[in-house]
Design a protein around this ligand. Structure first.
Ligand SMILES: Cc1cc2nc3c(=O)[nH]c(=O)nc-3n(C[C@H](O)[C@H](O)[C@H](O)COP(=O)(O)OP(=O)(O)OC[C@H]3O[C@@H](n4cnc5c(N)ncnc54)[C@H](O)[C@@H]3O)c2cc1C
Length: 576
């Protein structure tokens, strides 16, 4: 079946929904989502959305932009960060006006709390900048935007999984989609296509990410020949629930929670004397792994799976139940620990992809050398780049709203002056052949073991601390797994609700992105932000103040570079 639209948005998280809202002002707009929109990972965001409203104390967008640049270890494109911080204020009031129920101060203004790396006066101390709705901020954003999209006549195709993208040269003309309910392939012909497919934390064994976070958008575009930017920078959030990876928001530390080692010591005093537990995530994760390596984890066995404590018990039951109710529930359910009484066992968990599809500040896919007409990306799948080598907490939700909106606005304008594209049912042939090969193979391998092995390799060899030897081994092992993948067979040969088929496609995406991530990491011989190398412990601005652009090339990865915009602040050593 062929559908005709002006704009097709792939993904119904915060970025996709906001883009759809703007695009639909002039364009006939469809949102394609493999999940029901409200199940998108945006709904899991807990801690808040950062904006310099200054409701609790003095604040300014300039400080916010500076913190973003410094937090990203100066790999951030500075003009993009400036836009982010300045527009964040409007974005938060816009969400408020659309009905988002923010937590409030006594005077009725939007409440704000402290978050890692967010400071006043360019680093003097932590500032209250994160706007929140208890610990359900993302849930509220998603509900608010979904309602608005329905009101704006955006057409939703839920449980439709995009499997291929169609081009005329470098101009996009549509996508190919698998309908979960029937197994049918649909062609969507469109003047503009935006990928807002979210993150890909599922390439790691311990992750805060939902099962659906498999990086489908970046992988589909990488296979179409588009390079991916800064894939070596993957953020490990310091406080995942031990052994499970489920996130405990940084908001807990923003409210006054403290990290402690086995001696009960507040060890962050030694690593970040000014910001302490509210230092940026890359630093806190490294501090935890260093404590563990020094035998100061709770078990004291120096093993990689040891953990530390996050203590919020001194905050009292009232604060815990009011400010972090969901976290308290998670801890009671999964750990049998009541955070109002006892410390929570935590360890770093794979959390956020700083890298992704390269875009300009209007969401257009742009490698610096090539712009792809009609093709857009936004949200975690994209790399603008506002997060550089390490994202600050609360800045992803801002990114969705600010850059999702900008992409949507550009699309609304672009489709006005662009003639309709053509596509036909035959455009699904390539995707159909691919699906048929999984059906027609006999006696092959299955998804599970390959997925598990990939997640272990990435966790152990491309984790918080890295070495050349480990990363080279990861590249080799992922290559082997990609060969094994060619023998994967689907056991469920039915058409209706064939979730196994979708899993196979998702595994392929994760394998391709794992290869690009490991190869990009092995290539960068310095330490910067989340990319921390034991063999190259220092940042090297002379050689490495540049973005990586990595192209998937059969079994290999070709690396190119793009300059960083450092037009506002000169790169300096990072101290907190
Ligand atoms: C537990 C957790 C807590 C977080 N807390 C915060 C926070 O407090 N503050 C903050 O700033 N950030 C936070 N983050 C990060 C932030 O929530 C995410 O980066 C952000 O929500 C991603 O939004 P998105 O719109 O890019 O994608 P998502 O919300 O992940 O949505 C992706 C969409 O793409 C669709 N999709 C994917 N693949 C396909 C396909 N092949 N075909 C069709 N559709 C597809 C999915 O159905 C989904 O609708 C948190 C993340 C996690 C995991």
């Amino acid at each position: 079946m062929v559908h005709e639209f002006d704009a097709v948005i792939v993904g119904a998280g915060g970025a996709g929904l906001y883009a759809a809202l703007e695009a639909s002002k002039t364009a006939k707009t469809a949102v394609i989502s493999k999940l029901y929109p409200q199940r998108s990972h945006t709904g899991a965001a807990q801690g808040g959305i950062g904006a310099a409203l200054g409701n609790v104390e003095e604040d300014s967008p300039e400080w916010h932009a500076f913190d973003t640049v410094k937090g990203g270890d100066y790999l951030v494109d500075q003009n993009a960060a400036k836009i982010l911080a300045e527009d964040a204020v409007r974005a938060v009031y816009d969400l408020e006006n659309r009905g988002l129920p923010f937590s409030r101060l006594d005077d009725g203004k939007i409440a704000q709390r402290r978050f890692g790396g967010h400071t006043h006066h360019f680093g003097e101390g932590a500032v209250h900048r994160s706007c929140y709705a208890a610990d359900r901020t993302g849930h509220m954003i998603l509900q608010t935007l979904y309602q608005q999209c329905v009101k704006s006549d955006v057409q939703f195709f839920d449980e439709y999984q995009v499997v291929d993208v169609l081009f005329d040269g470098t101009t996009v003309r549509g996508i190919v989609v698998f309908e979960l309910k029937t197994g049918e392939l649909h062609v969507f012909q469109s003047k503009a296509v935006l990928f807002a497919t979210g993150g890909f934390g599922r390439m790691f064994k311990i992750t805060s990410n939902a099962h659906a976070n498999t990086g489908d958008g970046p992988a589909i575009l990488a296979r179409a020949g588009i390079p991916l930017e800064d894939m070596e920078f993957f953020q490990f959030h310091p406080t995942g629930i031990k052994g499970m990876g489920i996130l405990i928001t940084e908001g807990v530390r923003g409210e006054g929670g403290i990290l402690k080692n086995r001696d009960g010591e507040r060890f962050m005093e030694r690593y970040a004397p000014t910001l302490l537990d509210l230092a940026p995530r890359d630093m806190v994760s490294r501090a935890i792994m260093t404590e563990i390596a020094d035998g100061k984890g709770i078990n004291g066995d120096r093993k990689i799976d040891d953990y530390v404590y996050l203590d919020a018990s001194h905050l009292g039951r009232e604060v815990v139940e009011e400010k972090i109710p969901d976290i308290a529930d998670f801890c009671r359910t999964y750990l049998g620990v009541d955070p109002a009484e006892e410390p929570m066992p935590v360890q770093p968990t794979a959390h956020y992809a700083m890298g992704g599809i390269p875009t300009d500040v209007d969401g257009r896919v742009d490698t610096g050398k090539q712009v792809y007409d009609g093709l857009y990306a936004a949200g975690e799948a994209a790399c603008v780049s506002v997060h550089g080598a390490n994202r600050l907490g609360t800045n992803s939700l801002v990114d969705l709203i600010v850059y999702g909106r900008r992409a949507g606005m550009h699309i609304a304008e672009y489709v006005r002056n662009t003639p309709a594209k053509t596509a036909n049912a035959g455009d699904a042939d390539r995707a159909r052949e691919r699906l048929d090969t999984f059906r027609n193979r006999t006696g092959g391998r299955h998804v599970g073991p390959i997925m598990e092995k990939m997640q272990e390799v990435m966790m152990e060899k491309v984790g918080v601390y890295r070495t050349q030897e480990q990363m080279d081994a990861a590249v080799a092992e992922i290559r082997t797994l990609r060969q094994e993948f060619k023998e994967v067979t689907v056991q469920d040969t039915g058409d209706g609700f064939n979730a196994e088929m979708l899993q196979i496609l998702e595994l392929e995406n994760l394998l391709d992105l794992s290869l690009v991530t490991a190869a990009s990491a092995a290539n960068r011989t310095e330490s910067r932000g989340a990319h921390a190398r034991e063999d190259f412990p220092d940042r090297d601005d002379t050689r490495w103040l540049k973005h990586t652009l990595a192209s998937l090339d059969g079994d290999g990865v070709t690396i190119d570079y793009k300059p960083v915009d450092v037009s506002i602040w000169e790169p300096k050593p990072r101290k907190y």
